[in-house]
Ligand binder design. Structure first.
Ligand SMILES: Cc1ncc(COP(=O)(O)O)c(C=O)c1O
Length: 431
């Protein structure tokens, strides 16, 4: 039995002062009806809690740690940078250097701005798209998450195209009404909406590989259609690659599927585990950003020297060693095929979906293509599977609607252990 006595006590203490005991809701383990381990350290593919338990980590801080935790090169770069000061609020060489490295991976980002979080990147990109086009309405897809800014926290309704209603108290109805939600991977719904309203739309924002309803790849022709229609109607196409950037391929989903968006948002891996994200795109659009242009965007800590140092060290490893992506993908492939194999042996119907180095195991007997499919999964089975794995030292994302991630630090032995434990978890489910 997993002993989480100290974590449970820490969680109770935290609840007095942090809403729900956490600083980001999914960490609370509410969707799996349990209490989270409180983490004390992490190294390579392992993470350790304050009760002394050790886990093989497939959350990896929700994606950033593709090199594994506490990578020696990133750690050394940070140790060297700290004595030079933690923030200046003034230009540094690091920012231009990092931007150039990012551009080498994602050439469509002709110009970019560094920010502090994925939320800030998508929120700012939308403002720029609105400023550039002079239009207010945007399109997002049901089940795609783009951070928690008002325009993007909008509930999907049923029907072909639902003009948004707020998904959370505190989001003004007046803001939400400018967000149109459409079903992911539904080419017909998109085409008919765009035929009627394309000219009113400032931006279409999409996770080109969805990760926030679990890992859901785009169906054939979906991204192509978005590209064609947005070009036709002079709407800005924004790829939110905060999650799938550096995971779907070295150049993100846009490289994997060969679709060039007008704007791109990146986060997670670009900051090497520090608070850093970036939005960018065509020069004509990014030239609207202040002070080059009239669209305001700013940040006291933007381009912070420690965050850029961690990002640069991570990007440098990725640039120098292209096998990183191949290794992460091969390990993902190995694990996912193993999970499918043992589920089949035991006779539990699951879908394991993966793209590059992100993956989700869905308790469903049919492929998951959109939010409705994800929502129809057997969440009770997921909870039991999750609990068994945690108990046996495998740390998956605590929700059926999340992606898991692979690092190059995951050893063959750990992948095999994970597959064996999954098999036992399926057997317990079946019993
Ligand atoms: C695709 C996507 N966009 C935006 C965000 C928001 O990023 P952050 O949590 O850094 O604000 C996330 C977070 O998981 C994400 O997955």
């Amino acid at each position: 039995m997993l002993d989480l006595t100290r974590s449970t006590k820490a969680f109770d203490d935290a609840k007095d002062i942090l809403p729900g005991g956490v600083d980001s809701p999914v960490r609370s383990y509410r969707s799996v009806d349990s209490n989270p381990p409180f983490i004390s350290s992490a190294s390579g593919d392992h993470i350790y809690d304050i009760d002394g338990n050790e886990y093989i980590d497939y959350v990896l801080s929700w994606g950033p740690m593709i090199l594994g935790h506490a990578d020696p090169e990133v750690t050394a770069a940070l140790q060297e940078a700290v004595p030079r000061g933690t923030s200046y609020g003034a230009p540094t060489l690091l920012e231009t250097e990092l931007a150039k490295k990012i551009q080498a991976f994602v050439p469509s980002m002709e110009m970019m701005r560094l920010v502090n979080s994925g939320t800030e990147a998508t929120m700012s990109a939308l403002r720029v798209a609105r400023g550039y086009t002079g239009r207010d309405k945007i399109v997002k897809f049901i089940g795609c998450y783009h951070g928690h800014s008002d325009s993007l926290l909008v509930k999907a309704g049923s029907g072909l195209a639902t003009f948004g209603v707020p998904d959370s108290p505190g989001v003004p109805a007046n803001v939400a009404k400018d967000t149109v939600t459409l079903p992911y991977n539904d080419k017909e719904a998109f085409k008919s909406f765009f035929d009627a309203h394309g000219d009113e739309i400032a931006a279409v924002i999409v996770e080109p590989v969805a990760g926030n309803m679990g890992c859901v790849p785009p169906v054939e022709g979906f991204l192509e259609l978005l590209r064609e229609e947005t070009a036709k109607h002079e709407t800005v196409l924004i790829f939110d690659e905060v999650m799938c950037g550096f995971r779907a391929s070295s150049g993100g989903a846009q490289k994997r599927y060969q679709i060039v968006p007008d704007m791109t948002c990146l986060g997670k891996i670009v900051g090497g585990g520090m608070p850093l994200a970036v939005f960018g795109g065509r020069k004509a659009i990014m030239s609207c950003v202040a002070p080059a242009g009239p669209v305001y965007q700013a940040g006291t800590l933007s381009g912070n020297p420690l965050a850029t140092t961690a990002g640069l060290a991570t990007m440098s490893v990725l640039q120098r060693d292209p096998t990183v992506f191949r290794k992460a993908e091969e390990s993902t492939d190995y694990l996912c095929r193993g999970l499918l194999r043992v589920a089949k042996e035991v006779g539990v119907p699951v879908q394991v979906q993966w793209v590059g180095s992100m993956f989700t195991l869905f308790f469903s007997d049919k492929p998951v293509r959109n939010f409705d499919d994800a929502n129809a999964c057997d969440r009770e089975a997921f909870k039991k599977f999750f609990a068994y794995n945690l108990e046996h030292g495998i740390y998956y994302a605590p929700s059926q609607f999340e992606s898991n991630f692979m690092s190059i630090a995951h050893s063959q032995a750990d992948l095999d252990t994970s597959i064996q434990i999954a098999k036992k978890a399926f057997q317990v489910l079946k019993a």
